[in-house]
Design a protein around this ligand. Structure first.
Ligand SMILES: Cc1cc2nc3c(=O)[nH]c(=O)nc-3n(C[C@H](O)[C@H](O)[C@H](O)COP(=O)(O)O)c2cc1C
Length: 373
């Protein structure tokens, strides 16, 4: 008998929902790293758990150039995110139907096609996409709204599962509730904006769109996305897929604890390349192993029951001297000057009389050396 890919003490990171199976919970997201069959195959080779393709519509998009700008220059930029003024796929729908979807399907992974935008447009292309062998649909309402109408039209047009992708600019919980009868799950969120960046050497906007406006994605978007996912997960029973700022395994774990069944990754793959998918999946597996969990399901939604109760920091944080590396990050960001880094004694000292229990140091420490209990 073939050995199971995970030995006994390794967590099972495969996930199943809406009748679909994924080898791990890290999926591609509609965007330039999913712009054709070849990029989707490349993602598959790099350990992604499932595929979501770039949004297609009745006409190819005419995209302004330039259309992407980092939020900040250099390495910091990759930790913050980007603005983009890309639209949907620049390839004609026929090309996707004849070629790109079947190339992506060669991977053997579950493939979700993204489509938009108006009800009559999705009604026209959805059955053709289903016939191309795609396993599910994700519809994007980023530009037009009208979620329920589109969901109803799709429900009548195809038999495969349908996911609605929501923008953070709407009341996601209310919209998710109104969509629940017609869809198999919700994807959240799309980019936030409009936003702006100016090149200070020229005074000109960095993007070639109208008034230089673009949409924000990446690490900077994550707290908004996380709040949206928790709101949606508390509002509906159907599966939720999270997207927005997933850069490492810990981000994915956070989303899964907030109720996500899987995550999609767009900006991290743009800034770091397709190897990031497998890296994130590996980090999820390691984290589950280290924390004694057997599967992704074990942590799915576990944060939701804590949200209605307020957390309280009753005492000044405690330092675990074994974990503290004396890196100096926490004293630097303690606005109350309550943390002293005593290099002679090789010790971090918290002055309880000065500490205002704001909690920042606990979140700043990369080594989990500070805790509240
Ligand atoms: C350059 C770029 C192009 C995108 N194109 C699409 C698209 O065609 N359809 C769509 O639904 N979302 C699109 N998105 C949004 C992403 O799928 C995702 O929802 C968003 O970027 C947040 O995830 P991230 O922080 O991992 O990038 C695009 C994002 C970027 C950065």
């Amino acid at each position: 008998m073939l050995e199971h890919p995970h030995s006994k003490n390794m967590a099972d990171i495969s996930v199943e929902f809406a009748g679909l199976s994924f080898r791990n919970p890290v999926l591609t997201a509609a965007g330039p790293m999913a712009r054709n069959g070849a990029t989707l195959l490349e993602a598959a080779k790099n350990g992604v758990g499932g595929l979501v393709a770039k949004t297609v519509s009745v006409r190819p998009a005419e995209v302004p150039k330039p259309n992407m700008a980092a939020i900040q220059k250099g390495r910091v930029g990759s930790r913050r995110g980007i603005l983009n003024a890309e639209l949907w796929s620049e390839l004609p729908i026929e090309r996707w139907l004849d070629r790109e979807y079947s190339i992506a399907l060669e991977s053997g992974l579950t493939l979700i096609a993204s489509l938009g935008y108006k009800p009559e447009e999705v009604a026209e292309i959805a059955p053709k996409i289903e016939r191309a062998g795609v396993h599910a649909l994700e519809f994007s309402t980023h530009y037009v709204g009208g979620h329920v109408e589109i969901a109803k039209v799709l429900r009548e047009s195809v038999d495969i599962p349908i996911f609605a992708k929501l923008s953070p600019k709407i009341d996601v919980a209310e919209v998710a509730k109104s969509l629940e009868p017609y869809v198999d799950g919700i994807v959240g969120i799309n980019t936030y904006g409009p936003c702006l960046r100016i090149d200070i050497e020229t005074g000109k906007p960095m993007l070639g769109s109208e008034f230089g406006q673009g949409w924000m994605s990446g690490a900077a978007l994550k707290p908004i996305a996380l709040r949206c996912i928790a709101d949606i997960a508390m509002a509906i029973r159907k599966p939720v897929i999270a997207v927005g700022g997933v850069t490492e395994g810990a981000d994915a774990i956070e989303f899964i604890m907030a109720g996500a069944f899987a995550v999609e990754v767009c900006t991290a793959a743009i800034l770091e390349g397709p190897s990031v998918y497998g890296k994130i999946a590996g980090e999820i597996e390691d984290w589950l192993d280290e924390h004694g969990y057997d599967s992704v399901e074990d942590i799915q939604g576990i944060a939701l029951r804590h949200l209605p109760k307020r957390v309280e920091l009753k005492q000044p944080p405690r330092v675990d001297d074994d974990l503290c590396t004396l890196c100096g990050l926490c004293p630097k960001s303690c606005v109350y000057e309550a943390i002293e880094l005593n290099r002679e004694k090789k010790q971090l000292i918290i002055h309880g009389d000065k500490c205002e229990r704001c909690g920042l140091c606990i979140s700043v420490c990369p080594y989990h050396a500070l805790s509240s209990d």
